[in-house]
Design a protein around this ligand. Structure first.
Ligand SMILES: O=C[C@H](O)COP(=O)(O)O
Length: 592
């Protein structure tokens, strides 16, 4: 426990996150329609993406036409999209030059959303050349792309202006694709995360609780229009650390639910590999969105199908049993079920037999099947994603580490992800420690800029082992909002004297670089040791007696001073105990 917080979220964090989660799920549920049906259709990769969609992240592909196109070209692009066919599990949004918005809206099918590429930060007024969210809504446009790197670099839009635009667009009922991304210079200087986090941080107050209406687009500037795509690893790395950052700075639910697109030279040739990354939830496509290949990019998550010899049932990680079918036999559904395979073996297809024939059009290539295995092996994107989710479950739900070694837990995971091997408790423990280190650095960074704190502390004894613990929570204002962070839950190794408690409290504050001078008030119980600790270490006037504790004391004192009352209470207790033990009496009482 020393130096590790079992749960850094406070109860107000949890209430807020629950509320946000409800809103997100309600809105996301409306995005998820047919993918439930497709879940068991037999295509592993597609199932995975569909599962993510059901869990709340529907794949979303945007086309940003930029300042391109005339009516002829627009008609061609739209006809091509109409022809498709487009994967109906993917949300499609096309970003159109302002002057053509109404025209495009009038010719595209309703299943394709239309976005503006910019809008101003107020509803109307003397802003020559600008358009407002209200105007966009008026002509039936529900989306806008904001903060694109071309707006930032060519038109000098800074983080603050982008945030103001995002805030006003969301307030006006528009949905926003908010773009972020680093320049080549910034990447080479090792500042990718710093830049991406800074740009996203500026958006947090602007977005507030409207995350359900926001898609983030990570677009490394060096990859835009240059033909240099970020490799799937490079993109996944940024997406995943952005999600971690959001987990701490927005909320874990926002981090899990928000869709993060990748943008930068996406083409039909590279989209599938990018789409296979677990934290890439779609694309924002520039040049290629003007071409017929845009259809293939939209379908990136379900075109794993062309086949020259179909991979049928199973192979094992040690390469023991590989069963290949030639495509002319491929209309037979796979025979194998999880039951036929040993615990360590891997199964490529779900146990449910596909309801449609297993034709060459819906079975993955051999290469793809091997890629699936790599994805689920240590170091693979799927391995990392599932291990992170297990770590999150153990840490936040306060589950014991040995839970990951439980038979039924392993069975559950095997049913959900047959290719994944659950790590041992030591691995999960090490991951939680690592997570703690990362999170505590972020929290320490946040605390550095706070001028005044109030603190709450308490000591309690865990009765099973008779061990005493000291908890310390800091409270502070940030942008006029009250924030609370539990910065320590420490085991007390000596007798709880005022001096010892004082040393522990200053020690914890020191480890977080919090200057005692910044502590304005200290809420704690009125035990003599606690009062001594606070008064002597922080100053006599800083101790504020805990109100709940005071009420408790008042009640205790009143009972003590009222003659005969404690005897009556003791009698009542005994009667209750007696009745509880006698089942017939307890039942009789319940009946009355
Ligand atoms: O908004 C789209 C991006 O700027 C990507 O453009 P690109 O696909 O032409 O590189």
């Amino acid at each position: 426990m020393q130096g590790r917080n079992s749960n850094i979220l406070t109860s107000s964090d949890k209430i807020e996150s629950f509320r946000a989660k409800l809103e997100l799920w309600i809105s996301l549920a409306t995005n998820v329609t047919t993918c439930t049906l497709a879940l068991f259709s037999g295509d592993f990769e597609r199932n995975r993406k569909n599962l993510i969609a059901i869990m709340g992240r529907k794949f979303v592909v945007g086309g940003n036409w930029k300042m391109n196109g005339d009516k002829n070209q627009i008609n061609e692009i739209v006809n091509n999209l109409k022809k498709g066919p487009l994967d109906e599990n993917v949300e499609v949004i096309i970003g159109v030059p302002a002057v053509y918005l109404a025209y495009v809206k009038s010719i595209v099918p309703d299943s394709i959303a239309v976005a503006a590429q910019n809008c101003w930060k107020v509803p109307k007024g003397a802003f020559t050349g600008e358009i407002s969210p209200a105007m966009l809504k008026d002509v039936g446009i529900n989306w806008v792309i904001l903060g694109h790197s071309e707006r930032r670099s060519i038109f000098g839009e800074k983080d603050e202006l982008v945030a103001e635009k995002v805030a006003h667009a969301l307030e006006s009922g528009l949905k926003v694709i908010a773009c972020i991304g680093e320049t080549l210079e910034e990447r080479e200087a090792g500042k990718t995360e710093e830049v991406v986090f800074r740009q996203t941080k500026a958006l947090l107050p602007a977005i507030g609780d409207k995350w359900a209406n926001v898609v983030l687009a990570y677009e490394p500037v060096w990859a835009i229009g240059t033909g240099k795509t970020a490799s799937p690893q490079q993109a996944q790395e940024v997406h995943s650390s952005l999600r971690n950052w959001l987990s701490t700075n927005a909320s874990p639910d926002v981090a899990n639910a928000v869709r993060i697109q990748y943008g930068g030279s996406v083409t039909a040739a590279n989209c599938k590999e990018l789409a296979a990354c677990s934290d890439i939830d779609g694309f924002l496509v520039g040049g290629a969105s003007l071409k017929p290949e845009f259809v293939d990019i939209i379908n990136a998550t379900n075109k794993l199908t062309e086949c020259d010899g179909t991979f049928s049932s199973l192979f094992r990680s040690a390469g023991v049993s590989v069963n290949l079918q030639i495509s002319d036999e491929s209309d037979k559904p796979p025979e194998t079920s999880v039951d036929t395979v040993e615990a360590s073996a891997v199964v490529v297809f779900p146990t449910t037999k596909p309801t449609t024939p297993n034709t060459s059009a819906n079975t993955p290539k051999i290469k793809q099947a091997f890629e699936n295995v790599y994805q689920y092996s240590k170091g693979g994107a799927e391995y990392d994603r599932i291990t992170d989710a297990i770590t999150y479950f153990i840490a936040v739900d306060n589950r014991p580490f040995y839970a990951v070694e439980g038979k039924r837990f392993r069975h559950l995971i095997k049913e959900l992800a047959p290719l994944y091997k659950v790590p041992c408790r030591e691995t999960i423990k090490a991951k939680i420690d690592k997570k703690y280190d990362t999170l505590s650095k972020i929290v320490a960074d946040k605390l550095k800029n706070v001028d005044y704190f109030s603190l709450t502390t308490d000591i309690w004894t865990e009765t099973l082992t008779n061990t005493g613990y000291l908890g310390l929570t800091v409270h502070f204002l940030q942008q006029n909002e009250l924030q609370s962070v539990t910065i320590g839950v420490f085991e007390l190794e000596e007798s709880h004297t005022g001096e010892y408690i004082g040393q522990q409290l200053t020690g914890i504050l020191r480890s977080w670089n919090i200057d005692s001078e910044k502590v304005m008030a200290f809420v704690a119980d009125s035990g003599a040791n606690m009062i001594k600790a606070i008064r002597e270490t922080f100053g006599a006037h800083k101790h504020i007696p805990c109100f709940a504790h005071m009420i408790n004391r008042v009640a205790e004192e009143a009972i003590r001073k009222t003659s005969g009352l404690s005897d009556i209470i003791e009698h009542v207790r005994n009667i209750v105990k007696y009745v509880k033990k006698r089942q017939d009496m307890a039942l009789e009482l319940k009946r009355k």
